[in-house]
Design a protein around this ligand. Structure first.
Ligand code: MTE
Length: 323
């Protein structure tokens, strides 16, 4: 199985009080409506609602909150595109399928096993896990290996906070993520296109980088199933396939973990998968990309535009060999 290039296919809470307020807000929102509406702290939500033309704009793309140090100010992709143009092979290989088919995924109750090279392995309920951390917005570029890109307003917490909470042993050098494996809920798993469960991984220093993020929402709502509910990884300087969806297990390891696309086609996909316009995919150029919603292609930037933040993680490494 391989990816299809598009040509061929169709605020951080400022203090403890705000953090608590946010948690309460989330708890109530989830309990009562199944949605999150408290983006960017309760203050910025009020500002958004007051300044936006529609409730939708208040939540998506209409945010006028001050940008954080890791946010891009580029125009955000529409919520419609973010949630209907997806790669989630557990629900089929066509971009439109996940939105149509992922209703079978049951995201509550949901537990995540935290294990491996940690002080004390544990299984934790997703709502408990997300209550451990202040939730924040991150507006990131996402560049798919297929040559398209989006700008997505994620909502969640830094992966580093979770890794620290897991209390790594001195042997922990990598982190592995495992997605749900349940063909009853994920009918695409019966279609045999990839090995299941979908697995991904990072070096521990990559996981600890402040850009690495665990998303539980988009634009102020809980993640729609097709975007990887209830918990997904976001690593904006890497190709989108590193952003594993619907995670049920997070394991710290001493050796480099196996990753789905590298297992599937090691000549085309590597462990690192850093966005690199100079290293082409064997079947297409990576020099440019099409931003969803725009007509013309734009140049792809090294590390997807995050080189200043992350290039030092790879100093001395041959990025052609470690693709
Ligand atoms: N996670 C799982 N579990 N299964 C998948 O098929 N596809 C990956 C990644 N995470 C995938 C996955 C790919 S190829 C991309 S580009 C992104 O999810 C797409 O995320 P989006 O649909 O939210 O834009």
């Amino acid at each position: 199985m391989s990816h299809i290039p598009p040509e061929e296919s169709s605020l951080e809470p400022k203090n403890e009080a705000q953090t608590m307020q946010r948690r309460e807000f989330l708890k109530n929102a989830v309990l009562t409506t199944g949605t999150i509406v408290g983006v960017g702290g309760s203050l910025s939500l009020l500002t958004r609602q007051a300044s936006a033309a529609t409730p939708e704009a208040a939540l998506i793309g209409g945010a006028k909150r001050p940008l954080g140090p890791y946010d891009t100010s580029e125009a955000q992709t529409s919520y419609q595109s973010i949630t209907t143009y997806n790669n989630f092979y557990e629900f089929g290989t066509d971009k439109a399928e996940p939105a149509k088919r992922a209703g079978t995924l049951k995201t509550r109750p949901w537990t995540v096993l935290l294990d491996g090279e940690v002080k004390k392995p544990q299984r934790v309920d997703i709502d408990t896990l997300q209550s451990w951390f202040p939730l924040e917005d991150r507006i990131y570029r996402m560049r798919c290996v297929e040559g398209w890109s989006m700008v997505i307003p994620w909502f969640g917490f830094p992966l580093a906070a979770l890794v620290r909470r897991m209390q790594p042993t001195s042997k922990a050098k990598y982190i592995q993520f495992t997605a749900l494996n349940d063909p009853k809920q994920m009918p695409g798993q019966l279609e045999g296109v990839l090995e299941w469960p979908y697995v991904e991984g990072l070096r521990l220093d990559e996981a600890l980088h402040p850009l690495s993020f665990m998303a539980v929402g988009i634009g102020g709502r809980l993640l729609p199933n097709q975007n990887g509910a209830p918990l997904r990884l976001v690593v904006p300087w890497k190709y989108g396939f590193k952003g594993i969806k619907s995670i049920v297990r997070i394991t710290l390891t001493s050796t480099m973990p196996r990753t789905t696309w590298a297992l599937s086609n090691p000549g085309e996909y590597g462990f690192y998968a850093n966005v690199n316009p100079k290293v082409d995919h064997p079947r297409w150029s990576q020099a440019t990309e099409r931003r969803i919603g725009e007509l013309s292609r734009r140049p792809t930037l090294p590390f997807n535009g995050y080189a200043r933040e992350v290039a030092s993680l790879y100093s001395g490494m041959d990025l052609r060999r470690n693709f």
